[in-house]
Structures are given as C-alpha cells and as structure tokens.
Design a protein around this ligand. Structure first.
Ligand SMILES: CC(C)(COP(=O)(O)OP(=O)(O)OC[C@H]1O[C@@H](n2cnc3c(N)ncnc32)[C@H](O)[C@@H]1OP(=O)(O)O)[C@@H](O)C(=O)NCCC(=O)NCCS
Length: 435
C-alpha cells in the first residue's frame, strides 16, 4: 500500500495538467471584475486565489475537500476510545482529497510521532521570554527559531528542480506540524501551569498527546481533536491562510510562512477574537454579579458595547452569511457534554440576543456567530481559563490547512504573488471625478 507521500505524488501528477490546460487554453477568460468598493474595502469577494483544500460557501459554511464538517467528523478514523477523529487523518484528507483508512491514518500518526522531538534551543527560546509576553508572540518566535531546520532551504541551496519543490516542503511541513503541539504545550506550562506534564506520550495521536502534555484528563483529548480540526482551514483568503500562502510564494520556507501566519492570526478581528469573547463575557458576568442576566438586561449590555464603538466579538464574518457550522459543532458538543455550564448558558442567551440587535443596527453584513464565539467557553469548562492562550490552539489547527496549501502551491508551481496597487488619484480618474 502506498504511503501518504507516494499517494500525494500521484495526485500531484494527476493535477498538474489541469492547471497547465487552464492556463494554456483559457488564460484570458474573465472570472470577475473588480469594483472601487472591493479595492478600498479589503478585497472582499474578489476571486483571485486558488485553493483545492477547502471552500467556504457563505450559507453552507466550510467544506474540506468537498466534505462538510459533520461529514468530516463522521467519516475520518477515530482515535481509539474517542468520539472525535484523529487530526492526522484530517491532514491526509486535506492533502489527498481522500478519506484515509484506519491503517493509512495510523501510518501518518506513526510518522508524526517520530518527528515530534523539539531541538533543545527551541525550549531555550521559549524560556527566554518574560512571563508577561503574549503566548502568540512566543509561539511565532519559537517557530521562527527553527528555520535553520528547513530541508527545503538546504536542498534549494544545493540546487533543485522546480518540479521537486513540493517534496522538501512536505518534509518541512510534517516536521513542523508534528512539533507545534509540543511547542504549544510547553508555552502553556511555562506561562500558566505548575502541574502540567511536559513529556510526550508516543502512544498517543496529535490531539491525545497534546491533552496529555497539558496535563488534562479525558475528554480534553477529544476537545483538542475537535478544536484542531474545525480551525484547520477556511479557504484561501482569510488573513492567516493568505499570509502563509503569500510568504511561501516567494519560496520562503514553511518556518517563515507559519511564523507569519501566526502573526496574522494574532489580531482581534481574526484569531484573537476567541480570547476577546471570553474577556467580554467575563466582564458581563462581573457586571451582573455572577448571575445569568435576563434577556432585556443582556440586550442593554450588547447595545452599550456597540454604542461605545466596539464590535461584538465572535459575531460577523467577511464571507459567511449564516451561523458558522464550526459554532454549531461546538454547540452540539456542549449540549451533549456540558449543558449545565454557566458560560454556555451565557452563550446561548447571547445567541438569542445578539443577531436581532446587529440586524437592527444594520451595519454588520452577517449578524450570526462565528467559530470564535464558542471556542473559549469549552476551553474554560475544561480548566484552560487563560484566555490569552486560546489563539495558540487556533494556530496549531490552522497550520494544518496552511501547510497543506503550501505543499500544493509548490507542487503546482504557483508563482510569487504580486497584485497591482493604484493611487487614490488614479481611482478618482477611473470613476471620472479626478482632474
Ligand atoms: C469578522 C469581521 C472582521 C468581518 O469584517 P467585515 O467583512 O468588514 O464585516 P462587515 O462587512 O459586516 O462590516 C460592516 C460594518 O459592520 C461592522 N461589524 C461587523 N461585525 C460586527 C460585530 N460583530 N459587531 C459590531 N459591528 C460589526 C463592521 O465593523 C463594519 O462597520 P463600519 O462600517 O463602521 O466599518 C467583523 O464581522 C468583526 O469585526 N467581527 C468581530 C470580530 C470577530 O469575531 N472576528 C473573528 C472572525 S472569524
């Protein structure tokens, strides 16, 4: 039976002629036109990137390689004694488009276990950070420090055929991905925990080992698997995925790319929204003397947040126009495992209260909750109450999609990215108001 890398090679060989044909026979076909609003407004909706790893439909939500999230959770092989699938199986799916068998998934687990060992200097880099540093800054630096390990960089400097770029990128990607949970757990234990376990358990999969290193009991292993899987990819244009792709397009190796992707994820309008949600809910809780407010009390607080010029964290989305299925997956988990959780009840009340208010305010194009509205509450329930840390978990998940994309970018020879900018004056001239 072919391993993941051999299978990927076959898929790449199959795919290359499709891109060649599109370029050769249809290179001049117009896909869309661009409006002034799109140019000024953050390039919303401009179709100008290719990603086969995932696709985001505004009303249906994300599909990974054509599979909806519920299908992904149903079809991927599960870790033994667990409800949730193995993250390694998701990586196989994202790379090849095929659902792995149990044994194909085990092969990837085995390969990744063998790549988990972190060089000593990475621990030193993490330790050198003052304890009041943001965990995302530490994570980014830890990844960056490992750039010297890049197989791509080494082979590029020795001289390598373009056709082969994907191969050392694949090696770098699995090396880095295997180590990210170890880095993440070490950061957590350094900053917050005196009882966390820093050692690894080679008998456990990606999610199971992460929970173990954090010193967390079951079902936190499943929470980790669920969390990494739902955050893995959200098509190509979001800040983190796009940043990773953009950096890699100059043939920077994946250590540069993933460190940059982490920096993009660390903004409150993107990945950091999950910590903002928790901070906001905790403030509300305090305001209400630790009790659940009535609907009208909560409505008043939501309006106060909006009227003070702040966004409601966890609500709205640049592409989605309905409740994020990643929110729904977490909600279903919570209804099953923690229905009486106090913060979950808060979330449920917010779910009732916030969308009609955002609709009434009439600004946000999407009044519904996104993934970040929910994720912190589950972490809090299982004792990960340091909300600054939540985006590190998002980063570990997101790296799986970003790295899969970069491997394919290299395989298909996508060029260095270089869109064109124009001046305000030029835009005025185009619309006929310039001198
Ligand atoms: C995600 C987000 C950045 C998308 O931005 P976007 O594509 O520009 O969103 P929209 O086109 O709907 O924005 C239109 C207006 O509604 C506002 N808006 C959007 N979401 C809002 C929210 N959750 N609360 C209040 N106002 C919001 C925007 O700030 C913008 O206001 P402006 O015209 O004064 O600049 C935005 O919805 C947001 O800030 N959400 C809160 C942060 C968050 O949850 N981020 C995680 C996303 S996964």
């Amino acid at each position: 039976m072919k391993g993941l890398k051999e299978k990927l090679y076959d898929k790449i060989e199959e795919h290359r002629p499709r891109i060649k044909r599109l370029l050769k026979e249809h290179g001049e076909t117009v896909v869309n036109e661009v409006t002034v609003q799109q140019i000024i407004g953050g390039m919303r909706g401009i179709k100008s990137l290719v990603s086969d790893i995932s696709y985001l439909d505004p009303f249906e939500g994300i599909r990974y390689r054509g599979y909806t999230l519920p299908e992904v959770f149903e079809k991927l092989p599960k870790a033994q004694g667990s409800e949730m699938p193995c993250v390694e199986g998701l990586f196989y799916l994202l790379l090849t488009g095929d659902i792995p068998t149990e044994s194909q998934c085990s092969d990837v687990i085995y390969d990744m276990v063998n790549r988990r060992q972190l060089p000593k200097y990475v621990y030193d880099v993490i330790d050198a950070f003052p304890n009041n540093s943001h965990p995302m800054a530490i994570l980014s630096a830890a990844v960056m420090s490992m750039q010297r390990e890049s197989v791509f960089n080494l082979r590029y400097h020795r001289g390598m055929n373009k056709q082969d770029f994907w191969d050392p990128t694949y090696e770098d990607s699995i090396n880095l991905m295997s180590k990210l949970p170890v880095i993440g757990a070490y950061i957590y234990n350094k900053l917050y925990s005196d009882k966390g376990c820093n050692y690894q358990d080679p008998t456990k999969d990606f999610g199971g080992n992460f929970a173990y290193m954090l010193g967390k009991e079951k079902p936190y292993d499943d929470v980790s698997r669920m969390y990494f899987i739902i955050h893995a990819d959200h098509e190509g244009g979001n800040v983190s995925a796009h940043t990773g792709h953009l950096i890699a397009s100059s043939l920077s190796d994946v250590y540069y790319s993933v460190s940059g992707m982490i920096n993009g994820l660390a903004g409150p309008l993107h990945g950091l929204a999950n910590q903002e949600v928790l901070r906001w809910i905790q403030n509300l809780k305090e305001q209400f003397g630790n009790r659940l407010p009535t609907k009208s009390e909560l409505q008043k607080s939501v309006w106060e947040t909006l009227n003070s010029g702040q966004v409601i964290p966890g609500y709205g989305h640049a592409v989605l126009r309905k409740t994020d299925p990643r929110y729904t997956i977490q909600r279903e988990y919570s209804l099953k495992h923690m229905p009486e959780d106090e913060l979950f009840k808060y979330l449920d009340l917010l779910y009732e209260v916030v969308p009609p208010i955002l609709q009434e305010q009439g600004k946000a194009k999407n009044p519904w909750p996104n993934v970040d509205a929910h994720s912190g509450v589950i972490q809090w329930h299982y004792g990960v109450t340091e909300y600054d840390y939540y985006t590190v978990l998002f980063s570990i998940g997101r790296s799986i999609g970003v790295l899969s994309n970069i491997i394919w970018d290299r395989a298909l020879g996508y060029p260095i990215e270089r869109p064109k900018s124009i001046t305000t004056h030029m835009m005025e001239q185009i619309v006929g108001i310039g001198s």
